[in-house]
Design a protein around this ligand. Structure first.
Ligand SMILES: [Zn+2]
Length: 343
């Protein structure tokens, strides 16, 4: 299966493109998004391969900057990447451009302050975003070297820069590409998607200063449009209740329900639930301890493209013991998380 790193899974767009309750132009937007997404996915696959080969050939990565530069481009509704540079995105009158800049800067700060990570590659890589990609394009993505945001059709989805968890999710695909280098199929694919949901959700909670009990654990809540809400769909995924009916793409909750060819947007359900359960069991802030265990497991051991979920679960159990030897509650919480999903 080729890599894909879009926030909206392909089958959801395909399903919506056949939905007779939507207007013909709305359905066409879904078809367009699927077709363009296919080509963008090829690009990402190649970029991931390049990262892998470059990492093995380089004598050691050179740090580019002490903190990453943040740049924003405007595609002006074309599909030409990166588009035209925006000179002062921080103060732009264009809401999408301004949000892309500010949220990316905050993701950089989140990774720096909470995990001591210098940008996506931990070597100060420039964090580049393109806004207004395509015409009412219904997706957002990490293409292997930059972020791309569509405006959404305004009906099912609104502007994708509105979701801080979406931004955190996609940028985390970059972090995974430069650390564990997980593949995008099988168990590794589900873990790859789950890492992005875990860190995307943690980022949103950190921005809002929410404890695990205050957090809603929803992914994509802020990008759901009026037509989706009218149908009772309040999010893409729910980490606390992956199979819930209010999700646009409900997921399995047990590891035993994960099948080999499953789209990673679905097989991420069990590891998402394990992470959420561990956080809620321990209490406090998600990023304080459980987030540290997950980050250590993601970035502390080099590349492992075909990692299985049981192997990742074992690594986090060990990580809880290594990082918090005097705090048995952390191990118990991590253990409870994985047991909940049958691991
Ligand atoms: Zn993703």
């Amino acid at each position: 299966m080729p890599c894909s790193c879009f926030i909206i899974p392909n089958d959801v767009l395909t399903r919506l493109s056949q939905d007779k309750k939507l207007s013909a132009p709305q359905r066409k937007r879904m078809v367009d998004t699927v077709e363009i997404s296919h080509e963008l996915r090829e690009l990402r696959t190649q970029a991931t391969r390049l990262t892998r080969v470059a990492a093995t050939r380089a004598g050691g990565l050179v740090t580019l900057a002490a903190a990453p530069a943040i740049t924003v481009y405007d595609c002006r509704h074309t599909q030409t990447l990166p588009g035209t540079p925006v000179p002062r995105p921080k103060t732009s009158s264009d809401g999408s451009v301004k949000r892309a800049f500010n949220e990316t800067a905050r993701v950089a700060k989140f990774y720096q302050q909470i995990f001591n990570r210098n940008s996506i590659d931990d070597h100060g890589m420039t964090m580049m975003s393109s806004a207004h990609f395509g015409e009412k394009y219904n997706n957002a993505m990490w293409n292997g070297s930059q972020m791309v945001y569509g405006d959404g059709d305004g009906s099912i989805f609104v502007d994708f820069t509105r979701g801080s968890d979406v931004i955190g999710h996609e940028l985390t695909h970059g972090v995974t590409q430069h650390s564990l280098q997980l593949a995008y199929s099988g168990d590794a694919g589900g873990l790859n998607e789950s890492m992005s949901d875990c860190f995307g959700s943690m980022f949103r909670q950190w921005e809002k200063k929410q404890t695990v009990n205050k957090a809603d654990w929803l992914i994509g809540r802020d990008i759901m449009g009026p037509a989706a809400r009218k149908r009772g769909l309040t999010c893409l995924r729910d980490m606390a209740n992956p199979a819930a009916k209010h999700c646009l793409a409900p997921q399995p909750t047990k590891y035993s329900q994960v099948t080999p060819g499953m789209d990673p947007h679905y097989s991420s359900g069990p590891p998402n639930l394990a992470f959420c359960t561990a956080c809620v069991t321990l209490g406090g802030y998600s990023w304080a301890k459980i987030g540290q265990v997950w980050y250590h497991s993601l970035t502390g051991f080099g590349a492992s493209p075909n990692m299985t979920m049981p192997a990742f679960a074992a690594r986090t159990r060990q990580g809880a013991r290594t990082l918090y030897p005097g705090d048995a509650a952390v191990f118990s919480a991590v253990d409870a998380g994985w047991k909940k999903v049958g691991l």
